[in-house]
Design a protein around this ligand. Structure first.
Ligand SMILES: NC(=O)c1ccc[n+]([C@@H]2O[C@H](COP(=O)([O-])OP(=O)(O)OC[C@H]3O[C@@H](n4cnc5c(N)ncnc54)[C@H](O)[C@@H]3O)[C@@H](O)[C@H]2O)c1
Ligand SMILES: O=C(O)C(=O)C[C@@H](O)[C@H](O)[C@H](O)COP(=O)(O)O
Ligand SMILES: [Zn+2]
Length: 361
């Protein structure tokens, strides 16, 4: 088992990467102190695959356990789904010493975390990610929330988990498109922080389904980067904004298409292509490194342009809801070198419009 500490002053916790670890979830949670009841929040697909294993482990550790599902898919990441969790919390009589277990991808994790942060003004949540994207990113760092029709994650809280348990075995059932989408966030870590990871990704013969050792390396390097950034800037006062690289345009694409067309990672891939081109247009980034980023995104079989039915003006409008807007101006995270980005960059609208138009169609 590999432990990566997220050493926050108030809410310190471990990320545990543990093959077959689902069986030991109850044991790990029992180490964290008094818990009476647990509510497993999942979706129907994930619960069918892994619910019984998790519930068995929680029961064996002495927790009274119930489960509830929210519908699968980004378009269901909204307040009505969270209400189902509150209803289950009520029926299962969750108290302040109770715990929510988020068993699923980032959609489940964000909503279960949000419900935990608001139920009784805050109870504990354990994140048990079952997608690669949630393992490398969403389960760590305490951002929770739901979408609004106008923009991604507009409603949310910061609420750190008490444990992140990664069991890589669950990836055996994850659809290939979801594996590919997750690779966008891994590539993101390479561009924003970890130039060595970026080079390793370039050297791999394929990014489709990494073998066991490679997968462990990608998990460890990604979790370490996320943990380090979160520990330095938990509430996104400054540095943490680097984790939003590719998300300004990515989120705009997701919301402009009703959260139905793109997986989150696909949006991020497209957003990184756009941000990279903006950086090159502003002479912040070399054309050669821009080319290397796009080559890696293509190698991961992720999209590098969007369909012409998405109007540039619609994207520009959506970007006004980005959380990095300051004084009405969108601020971009832009690469300066592989492994280093600059935050808070104001981009002239004509430059942005030119890049977005070129990527359309
Ligand atoms: N809080 C954060 O810091 C953070 C970071 C990154 C992304 N996110 C959010 O995460 C969400 C995306 O998460 P995601 O990519 O995990 O997508 P997801 O949660 O929608 O899961 C993808 C799909 O895979 C299925 N699935 C999950 N695990 C499976 C398994 N082991 N076997 C078979 N099927 C499985 C699910 O049913 C779902 O349909 C977005 O809403 C994004 O905004 C949050
Ligand atoms: O943890 C962070 O901070 C991130 O920005 C990670 C992103 O990958 C993630 O998609 C996050 O949910 C986006 O945050 P938001 O504040 O733009 O909603
Ligand atoms: Zn993301």
């Amino acid at each position: 088992m590999i432990r990566i500490p997220v050493a926050l002053p108030m809410d310190s916790y471990d990320i545990r990467i543990d093959e077959g670890g689902l069986e030991r979830l109850g044991e790990y949670l029992a180490e964290l102190g008094k818990v009476n009841r647990a509510l497993v929040v999942s979706n129907p697909v994930v619960l069918r695959h892994y619910g019984a294993r998790v519930v068995r482990s929680l029961n064996a550790a002495g927790f009274e356990t119930a489960s509830v599902t929210v519908p699968a898919g980004e378009r269901h990441k909204h307040l009505r789904s969270v209400e189902r969790i509150y209803q289950a919390a009520l029926e299962h009589r969750l108290e302040r010493s109770s715990l929510i277990v988020a068993l699923g991808g980032g959609v489940v994790g964000d909503m279960a975390g949000f419900a935990a942060s608001t139920w009784l003004r805050g109870i504990r949540v354990a994140q048990v990610p079952t997608t690669l994207l949630a393992m490398v990113d969403a389960a760590i760092g305490g951002k929770t929330g739901v979408n609004h029709p106008v923009g991604k994650n507009l409603i949310g809280t910061f609420h750190q988990p008490c444990l992140v348990l990664i069991d890589p075995q669950v990836l055996s059932t994850l659809p290939p498109r979801e594996m590919r989408a997750a690779m966008a966030e891994v590539i993101k870590y390479g561009v924003i922080w970890d130039a060595d990871l970026f080079k390793r990704l370039e050297q791999l013969s394929s990014l489709q389904r990494p073998d066991g050792r490679t997968l462990t390396t990608l998990l460890v390097r990604s979790c370490q980067t996320k943990a380090e950034v979160v520990v330095r800037d938990e509430r996104e006062g400054g540095l943490r904004a680097i984790l939003n690289y590719g998300h300004t345009v990515g989120h705009a694409l997701e919301s402009a298409t009703g959260y139905r067309r793109y997986l989150h990672g696909e949006g991020v891939a497209l957003g990184m292509v756009a941000a990279g081109r903006v950086a090159a247009a502003l002479d912040l980034w070399s054309p050669e490194e821009l080319r290397r980023q796009e080559a890696l995104i293509v190698k991961a079989r992720l999209p590098v342009r969007w369909k012409s039915d998405i109007a540039t003006e619609a994207l520009l409008l959506r970007m006004q809801s980005d959380k990095k807007v300051e004084a009405g101006k969108v601020r971009f995270v832009l690469p300066e070198a592989i492994g280093r980005v600059r935050t808070g960059v104001e981009v002239p609208t004509e430059v942005l419009r030119g890049v977005l138009d070129a990527l359309r169609g």
